[in-house]
Write a protein that binds this ligand. Structure first.
Ligand code: ADP
Ligand code: MG
Ligand code: ZN
Length: 482
């Protein structure tokens, strides 16, 4: 029997507002415990929420970027549950009327393109954080209570670990460009829940699903899907029933384990939030959001291919993060060699980022400096090889400009024919055998002579000039032999 994996994802995204969803507390990450909290986000009796308007524009932009229909009418509901990270004992969310519906994301996995449906996007508040590791028992940090989220719910259209990963990466990529969220997974700004079931290949009905919450890296996501799908297939083959439950993924041990049985929607006793008015969006407001939506990754890729003549592969790598595309665009605006710039950004720069453990935002030089480096190479002041050495020094804190680095290290190419001629004459005198070889028609000996010149000049001889001078001089010597 062949089995098929069925996955639907829920993605929680912290929006990049300065203040919380219903109060003026900061949304800043970190800070001492319970210092970013007030009577409103702690839901003290007598307080009332006031909607942060900025959230609406972010939610609309997220919806537009994910091809959703933006709803002119949406509203808040209370999702009731008692859990220590939620002092209100209900979460203000949108259940009956979410702000966005019916979107999709197109992905490419295993060489095939397909659309993953987006069922809905709704606005809700985040819960606090429970700290288990400190002292006795569990402590609550309410700093995250009331931080605005959009929750993106996908259709159960995903069929493999690879598709799940590609989908998650694509959603993050798109959201990062919209500016809706900083998308920092290490700070919990983006969290993935995976609903997964197994069915016989060709079957129409879905199997019973389990849910794994808060996967916070793409790698963890892929591994969790692989483990959980295998576990379910084994149970199904053995005739064991799959229990609908929430499971915890342990990324260190590489296993999932049962956490709690899944609540049904009616267990939450959803009811309309009486303290907030419905959200009515005008067509103008939605159009304004559409107009101010920045260029998204796919459009950028198409433009890079069209306007800069780059291969699709380069376009994808350069748009994989907003910071990379910004660095590329600033550089190419100053120096009209797109493919060359692309090669340096894709191939030469990344090893240093990795070594220094920094991202391209933290690169310690400017696009102007890269342009200066490329110009030095293009003008023959330094070779490409030396250029890479200059680049490595550009990553050092106290490094000067590329020209200063070249000067300090005396790396300028020897492009002075007089000086080079003297060195070459000496090398030819010392290598009469090479002359004999050339005379016999063995052209490889030229390469040997060039190598000797590069060695004598510590790699600083301009190779084209050196080659030209060697040929001229060898021919002269051979002619004078006859
Ligand atoms: P809930 O509100 O209980 O979390 P939903 O019906 O809204 O449940 O679904 C949540 C997620 O689970 C969605 O992404 C949906 O696509 C996915 N899903 C629903 N049924 C299945 C299933 N049988 N197998 C895999 N995923 C599923
Ligand atoms: Mg859910
Ligand atoms: Zn507050």
């Amino acid at each position: 029997m062949d089995y098929e994996i069925v996955i639907g994802m829920e993605i929680h995204v912290e929006m990049a507002t300065k203040t919380k969803l219903f109060c003026n507390c900061t949304t800043e990450f970190g800070g001492n415990e319970n210092t970013h909290a007030c009577p409103i986000c702690l839901a003290m009796p007598g307080t009332l929420p006031v909607l942060n308007e900025k959230v609406l524009d972010f939610a609309i932009k997220a919806g537009l970027a994910l091809n959703c229909e933006i709803q002119h009418y949406s509203k808040f509901d209370r999702k009731n549950y008692f859990y220590p990270d939620l002092p209100k004992a209900y979460q203000t969310s949108q259940f009956y009327y979410p702000i966005c519906k019916d979107g999709y994301v197109e992905i490419e996995a295993g060489g095939k393109k397909k659309k993953i449906g987006i069922t809905r996007i709704h606005i809700e508040e985040d819960a606090g954080k429970l700290l288990h590791e400190s002292v006795d028992g569990t402590l609550l940090d309410a700093n995250r209570c009331g931080v605005p989220l959009v929750e993106i719910v996908s259709e159960p259209d995903i069929r493999s670990a690879e598709e799940a990963q590609v989908f998650a990466e694509k959603v993050r990529n798109i959201l990062e460009y919209t500016g809706v969220s900083d998308c920092k997974m290490e700070e919990g700004s983006l969290r993935f829940d995976v609903n997964l079931s197994i069915r016989e290949k060709g079957a129409e009905a879905f199997g019973t699903r389990t849910e794994m919450k808060n996967l916070n890296s793409f790698r963890a996501l892929g591994r969790a899907v692989q483990y959980e799908s295998k576990r379910q297939v084994i149970d199904i083959k053995k005739g064991r029933e799959i229990i609908q439950e929430t499971r915890k993924w342990d990324d260190v041990k590489g296993v999932s384990s049962a956490m709690r049985s899944k609540e049904e929607a009616h267990d939450y006793r959803y009811f309309p939030e009486p303290d907030l008015v419905p959200i009515i969006l005008s067509e103008e407001r939605i159009e304004e959001a559409r107009r101010t939506l920045p260029e998204l990754p796919e459009a950028k890729q198409a433009r890079y291919v069209r306007d800069y003549g780059l291969p699709q592969y380069d376009a994808e790598v350069l748009t994989a993060s907003k910071a990379t595309s910004q660095f590329f665009e600033k550089t190419v605006a100053l120096y009209d060699e797109p493919k060359q710039i692309s090669n340096w950004i894709m191939v030469e720069i990344p090893p240093f980022l990795k070594e220094k453990e920094i991202s391209i935002e933290e690169i310690p030089f400017q696009p102007e400096d890269l342009v200066e480096l490329l110009t030095l190479i293009q003008k023959g002041k330094i070779s490409g090889k030396i250029g890479k050495k200059v680049l490595s020094l550009m990553f050092e804190e106290s490094a000067g400009s590329p020209s200063q680095i070249v000067e300090e290290n005396q790396w300028a190419q020897m492009s002075d024919a007089g000086e080079l001629s003297d060195i070459i004459a000496k090398i030819i005198d010392e290598n009469q055998k090479s002359l004999d070889d050339i005379a016999k028609g063995n052209k490889k000996a030229y390469g040997y002579l060039t190598g000797q010149v590069m060695k004598a000049t510590k790699g600083q001889a301009n190779p084209q000039l050196a080659n030209q001078l060697i040929r001229e001089m060898v021919e002269k010597k051979l002619n004078s032999r006859d």
